[in-house]
Write a protein that binds this ligand. Sequence first.
Ligand code: PLP
Length: 307
Amino acid sequence: MTQQPAPLHLNTPLLRAAPGLFPQAEVWLKMDALQPSGSFKLRGVGRLVQQAAAEGAREIVCASGGNAGFAAAHAALALGLAVTIVLPESSSAAVAEKIAARGATVLRHGAMFDEANAFAQALAAERGARYVHPFDHPLLWAGHSTLIDEVQAEGLDFDAVITAVGGGGLFCGIVQGLQRHGLHHVPVIAVETLGADSLSQSLRAGQAITLPAITSVATSLGARRVADEALRLAQSHPTLSLTVTDAQATQACVRFADAMRVMVEPACGAALAALSVHAPALAGFKRPLVEVCGGIGVSLALLQAWA
Ligand SMILES: *Cc1c(COP(=O)(O)O)cnc(C)c1O
């Protein structure tokens, strides 16, 4: 077996939530908003880009709502690879600018992620570049799972993990991490915004559902269909699927910024909002861990508008 190179992501702080931020007395926060890529995505995307570099790739192509692209740009730059990010029209101009500022070529294609993704795959094939999927790859999940390794190494005795779900890559990584540490009994609270609730609808239907459209402001959760592995794990690992509204998610971002002095985007606000919105359903958990997934799609101006 070849040795893993040092990861590109940081071991992020594990903080106790400020008193009064949540109805629960003790909530722990895994602060992945503080990754150099602004979100957890560098954990998995960094792994994929490192593997591509080790196999001789010269160029990376990634389709993304924003944060996977930003992470891919960060990783590619660190390893000296060329990188092209394909964004759908639904991603903001500010996000496109932030990615371009990292030295990536930014292209726009399609109204939503699926079209951008198909275009990115074709482009990578045409150019002989390495295509990086933002949520559906086993090595990506292994990279994301390191967040659980870090929490375990700190010795925290948590009794649930609360996470936002888009395409389900983060969810797969969390479940993989829990199971690797023998925590098969620790449930994952999988939170989506209404309008981006592909996992919730799939679980209710008992099969993968493709949403006709994404209508939530939480564009980082905007996968019309989750990875098959995410649905499989949600049906086999103890999982509670919850939804919140866009307004609840953005409100949670404002409250979090005030209390913890860190800005996160609505995708992350969804997970934070669940603690208040679904407090009765979560009453059985005494020490929940929240994956503060972060996101670059936030600014002071946006927070002010949400407030
Ligand atoms: C990508 C992303 C998510 C969703 O992750 P998936 O692996 O697609 O489920 C949630 N929050 C933020 C900030 C993200 O960038």
